[in-house]
Design a binder for this molecule. Structure first.
Ligand code: SF4
Ligand code: SF4
Length: 178
């Protein structure tokens, strides 16, 4: 049986072009976000990030941490996906989460900035020209994750906040950074 995920390292090229099938936006979604992702999305839409809560984003609480994720509607369609003339369209495309930006490449783990997984479930893999993952975006993603969980850790274990309260505080802080 073919493996769905392949490991991709720096300098390894992959044939890929996005054919806008919308498959990756209709399969969960289980895309985890950074606090900065949420700020960019809300800024792009011209709303306070709190207006995205529940409708577009959710938080998954596990132990002492809360992880923000994209909300999936019926059959796993991302709440930001709309159909324009029959074609799937992301309404926050320019400000889409970093994980969406990187797809079909998927971060392997927060500490690894020179290795990713390639998701062969993507319809565009094997088509078009040869590309490499955007390694600089992966580094940015890892930095943003480190910031979010680092601050949350401090707020929960030092200041005694509940995980959800800590996450909201971190998003407020990230959005105030401009
Ligand atoms: S599954 Fe691949 S080809 Fe289809 S929209 Fe997503 S990135 Fe593009
Ligand atoms: S935010 Fe946009 S790119 Fe990401 S899963 Fe949703 S519709 Fe797709």
């Amino acid at each position: 049986m073919l493996q769905r995920y392949a490991v991709v390292k720096v300098s390894v090229k992959t044939r890929f072009t996005c054919i806008r099938c919308g498959r990756c936006c209709s399969n969960g979604p289980n895309v985890s976000l950074t606090a900065h992702d949420i700020c960019r999305m809300s800024k792009h839409l011209g709303v306070n990030w709190r207006e995205l809560r529940g409708r577009y984003i959710l938080a998954v609480v596990s132990d002492a941490y809360a992880t923000p994720v994209l909300r999936g509607l019926e059959e796993g369609v991302c709440a930001f996906l709309k159909y324009d003339g029959g074609k799937p369209q992301c309404i926050i495309y320019e400000a889409r989460p970093l994980r969406c930006f990187l797809y079909p490449f998927i971060p392997a783990s927060p500490g690894r900035s020179s290795e990713m997984y390639l998701d062969t479930y993507c319809q565009g893999v094997g088509l078009g020209g040869e590309v490499e993952p955007e390694w600089s975006i992966l580094r940015q993603y890892n930095e943003e994750l480190k910031y979010m969980y680092g601050r949350m850790h401090f707020l929960v274990f030092h200041d005694g906040l509940e995980p959800l309260e800590a996450l909201e505080r971190v998003i407020d802080e990230a959005c105030s950074q401009g």
